[in-house]
Design a binder for this molecule. Structure first.
Ligand code: ZN
Length: 324
């Protein structure tokens, strides 16, 4: 799922590509991920895209005032309206020349005043799109926590150290911090040498500050590298990100830690796979580490003993299971 750096990358690309463009018309495909499809069709045509902001994992396309304002409260509200876009797992928002055939799973198509179309494609439709006037937008955004790139030392410490929840769960909780997901939570915890299963309340002030520093450094670097492309994230120009090459914990189960030979392991925190180095990130008591998958290379010692005990047929069975 796109997290803060990926969404920021898309927002920056869109700023380059479509800022100031006017939306002429809107056509919709499947609409089950749109809050109020009719509101899009009624309110977008004629409005310009005046700014594109990121808010946590949301993008906000700020719209110009509607052409006919008649002084009512509703019209004033509409002056500050935005199109809220959440890319979900597989959403993409990018402009295309109008003559280019629409890709499969194109569910929102906004015709722009320069001969292009701003298209939202989303095969799995876990994303969300909503037209929100000022008050409902403010209401919507109220439930989100601090921006991790802007949060101060004291505020971060307060949000983390006063909680009994596990630190990874706190990082993922959008009402604590907005924009962090599984990848950047694991990466920042690895860098700060904090186990994902530790309770927020058990971090000391120095650990909390190390974590804030690690998180901010990683998010900035990931933005500079245009995000991480695992599965199918593409930016507004249809290009993949590069940060996946810098992953040190996430998705590296069974591989050596970059700080030593200890093998990265996996456990479940907040219902999510969490990757950590058992040596650099000491686990809290009782934390369940999942067994390494069979495909992972066992350490040399174990390999030798397996060969010694194994008889012909056992070995064949063991080998063949690798290719299943
Ligand atoms: Zn390590």
């Amino acid at each position: 799922m796109p997290e803060l750096p990926e969404v920021e990358t898309v927002a920056r690309g869109l700023r380059q590509a479509i800022l100031g463009r006017r939306i002429l018309s809107v056509s919709l495909g499947k609409t089950d991920f749109i809050d109020d499809p009719l509101a899009l069709e009624q309110n977008l045509p004629g409005r310009s895209i005046e700014a594109i902001n990121r808010y946590g994992k949301f993008m906000l396309l700020r719209l110009s005032a509607p052409a006919r304002t008649n002084g009512t409260l509703a019209a004033e509200c509409a002056n500050q309206a935005s199109l809220l876009v959440h890319l979900g797992m597989t959403g993409q928002l990018a402009p295309s020349p109008a003559q280019e055939p629409r890709e499969k799973h194109t569910h929102v198509c906004m015709v722009l005043d320069d001969g292009r179309e701003l298209r939202y494609t989303d095969p799995r439709r876990f994303g969300r799109i909503a037209y929100l006037a000022e008050a409902p937008l403010a209401e919507e955004l109220k439930r989100f926590g601090a921006d991790p790139l802007e949060v101060s030392k004291d505020e971060f410490a307060k949000r983390i150290r006063e909680r009994r929840a596990r630190i990874k769960a706190l990082l993922l909780d959008q009402s604590v911090l907005r924009g962090v997901g599984n990848i950047y939570a694991d990466e920042s915890l690895w860098r700060a040498k904090i186990h994902p299963g530790k309770l927020g309340a058990t971090l000391n002030a120095r650990q909390a500050e190390n974590l804030r520093h690690a998180l901010q450094a990683i998010l900035r670097k990931a933005i500079a590298m245009r995000g991480s492309s695992i599965s199918d994230f593409l930016d507004a120009e249809g290009e993949p990100g590069e940060y996946q090459r810098r992953h040190r914990a996430y998705g590296r189960e069974g591989k050596s830690c970059h700080r030593g030979r200890t093998v990265i392991r996996r456990g479940i925190v907040a219902g999510r796979s969490s990757y950590f180095c058992p040596k650099c990130q000491p686990a809290p008591r009782g934390f369940v580490v999942l067994p390494l998958p069979r495909a992972a290379t066992p350490p040399p010692g174990k390999m030798r003993s397996a060969r010694r005990v194994g008889r012909g047929r056992d070995n064949m069975r063991r080998n063949s299971s690798h290719f299943r």
